[in-house]
Write a protein that binds this ligand. Structure first.
Ligand SMILES: Cc1ncc(C[n+]2csc(CCOP(=O)(O)OP(=O)(O)O)c2C)c(N)n1
Length: 376
């Protein structure tokens, strides 16, 4: 009889799942080890960023899946609803469900036990997989996830994997950090323009690139300055611009530019670590740092007092960091040939341009972006 891990991997391969993002749970450790070796594996710092990365992968017309613990669903709900579900993208979420079978950690009980109710309340379809006899249910439901671009959660009981032998599992060994961006020093600069002017300056350099744009005013301003079919305008899922761009850059050969914001990067800073880990050569992150939550009324963020985003990027291991505040510095940064991942820290003064809303339906935006990626 096949091990349950092998059976599950067989089902995933049969359904042509390409990319698997994971954040570990001890109950599925053997399965996770196998996944690392057999798929394009994306190790996450937080489950929410995995939803963003998976959305980018789906925009590039590849098939994403995630393996997380039940507690991780609590970190994903907004992203699942305002990104994956909203843009009708496919995502299979395999959940190691704690708190229901021989659970020894009391803190796992609340999320594990309430999980079906939480998913039901959120309108996310799920299947309960209580034993390995139920694995057939995954085989039945998984094709529909990708055919109909739906989210589906498969709640996996630890009973399925009970007794699995984990001898031979590779453990992480500590290793020295190499190749960090030693040369980058953050010079003092004074911001010159608001975001709108920065977007006008960089607009000519966005041609023929997939642009993932932060939600709120950044997207509205970009639409009004330069709409192109390859612009993905976020309408929710704050903090996931960089993960979405990372997903597209991993799953396609297109040049990708993420227009992110300081408030959003502070919400999911770990995504810079994941991005540095893969360091896709076709990805540029342009962090428009206006030291404020611009779209909600310019409330200050901590980049105005104690946080230097360029140094944050450096600390997470991004090697190519450029700081810019003048028009020339911005243009030079974008024109400079680059062989690897770039992080452009663009200083801005607060303020939004009063521009009309984007008159496109969000599903039209998705269609345009996916069409552009597949044609080019
Ligand atoms: C989870 C979540 N919290 C809060 C908001 C409200 N919100 C929308 S845009 C935004 C500000 C984003 O700030 P930043 O990333 O710095 O970009 P800026 O608008 O300043 O360019 C906030 C707080 C939200 N959409 N989602």
């Amino acid at each position: 009889m096949q091990a349950p891990e092998s059976e599950l991997i067989h089902i995933l391969k049969k359904n042509k799942v390409d990319y698997i993002s994971t954040l570990p749970c001890e109950k599925i450790r053997v399965l996770l080890q196998r996944i690392t070796g057999e798929f394009f594996h994306v190790p996450l710092t937080r489950e929410e960023e995995g939803v963003g990365i998976s959305a980018g992968i789906a925009l590039a017309d590849k098939r994403p899946a995630m393996f997380v613990q039940s507690s991780g669903i609590g970190n994903m709900i907004n992203a699942l609803l305002s990104l994956t579900g909203f843009y009708e993208l496919p995502l299979a979420v395999f959940v190691s469900r704690r708190g229901i079978y021989k659970e020894k950690i009391a803190a796992q009980l609340p999320m594990g036990q309430h999980l079906p109710g939480i998913l039901k309340g959120a309108g996310i379809p799920y299947s309960v997989i209580s034993s390995r006899d139920d694995l057939g249910l995954i085989e039945k439901k998984l094709p529909g996830v990708y055919r109909s671009s739906k989210i589906h959660a498969f709640l996996l009981s630890p009973a399925i994997f009970e007794g699995t032998c984990d001898s031979g599992i590779l453990k992480s060994t500590s290793h020295p950090i190499t190749g960090s961006s030693k040369g980058y020093q953050s010079k003092k600069m004074t911001p010159q323009f608001p975001r709108f002017e920065i977007l006008k300056i960089i607009a000519p350099y966005l041609d023929a690139k997939v642009v993932v744009c932060n939600l709120g005013f950044p997207s509205k301003e970009l639409f009004n300055i330069k709409h192109q079919q390859s612009n993905f305008y976020m309408l929710g899922s704050m903090g996931l611009a960089t993960p979405i761009g990372l997903g597209i850059s991993l799953a396609s050969d297109k040049e990708v530019i993420v227009i992110d914001g300081d408030g959003s990067l502070l919400m999911n800073p770990g995504s810079l670590a994941t991005t540095a880990h893969f360091a896709p050569p076709n990805l540029t992150i342009l962090a428009v740092d206006n030291s404020s939550y611009g779209s909600t009324g310019d409330q200050p963020t901590l980049t105005g007092s104690c946080v230097d985003l360029g140094l944050v990027a450096k600390g997470f291991g991004i090697q190519n960091i450029i700081k810019a505040s003048t028009g020339k510095q911005l243009v030079d940064a974008l024109k400079k040939p680059h062989k690897g991942l770039r992080f452009i820290h663009a200083l801005a003064v607060p303020g939004n341009k009063d521009v009309p809303a984007i008159p496109l339906h969000h599903l039209e935006v998705k269609k345009q972006v996916m069409g552009w990626i597949s044609r080019n």
